[in-house]
Design a protein around this ligand. Structure first.
Ligand code: AMP
Length: 193
């Protein structure tokens, strides 16, 4: 199973991806997680990406495409993967098509979580509160200023990615405003279609 989860920040992609990992036994490939790990490790990619990420902007296509190219070739991804947070631009989506063709891989589905944008800021604030309550540290970009920029980046650069997959007949849309279990069920239904 090779799957892309699309949707704005705070739509619940990470939560649903974790459930799909359990169900299908395939890894979640989150470019956000990989970039945060690079920042933490102080690698050259991390050093380049940090300021852009903290501000809520998008890291260059070149960097994230390079990360994904290496990652999908790793042995644990041979049976499939769930892409979470990638592709975020049409150029990334086109690069992914090429990468997959070169590896003789095919996407099984692109699932978009549709959400009411007005509810997203509240979700992000809630995520920050829950993380603190659990003793964790809040992501540097989970604050209202960066969030607004992340949402703008989504509208301008990532919303067209949905249109790209719709145009090639691969997009399935699910109501991301429903309760977490109901969204999981809707994704299962969409994958069975
Ligand atoms: P996320 O955890 O998916 O919300 O990603 C956190 C941040 O990492 C984003 O706001 C971007 O700065 C960066 N990022 C993650 N994935 C990508 C991507 N595919 N393209 C560009 N930037 C990305």
């Amino acid at each position: 199973m090779r799957l892309i989860l699309l949707g704005p920040p705070g739509a619940g992609k990470g939560t649903q991806a974790a459930r799909l990992v359990q169900k299908y036994g395939i890894p979640q490939l989150s470019t956000g997680d990989m970039l945060r790990a690079a920042v933490k490790a102080g690698s050259p990619v991390g050093v380049k990406a940090k300021a852009v990420m903290d501000a809520g902007g998008l890291v260059s296509d070149e960097i994230v495409i390079g990360i994904i190219k290496d990652r999908i070739r790793e042995p644990d991804a041979s049976r499939g993967f769930i892409l979470d947070g990638f592709p975020r631009t049409v150029a990334q989506a086109q690069a992914l098509e090429k990468l997959l063709a070169a590896e003789n891989m095919k996407l099984d589905a692109v699932v978009e979580l549709k959400v009411d944008e007005k509810a997203l800021l509240a979700r992000i604030e809630n995520r920050a509160r829950e993380t603190v309550a659990a003793g964790g540290s809040v992501r540097a970009d989970d604050n209202p200023e960066s969030f607004k920029i992340r949402l703008d980046a989504y509208r301008e650069q990532t919303a067209p990615v949905s249109a790209f997959y719709a145009s090639i007949g691969e997009l399935k849309t699910v109501d991301g405003m429903a309760a977490i279990d109901a969204v999981t069920k809707a994704i299962d239904g969409a994958l069975a279609r």
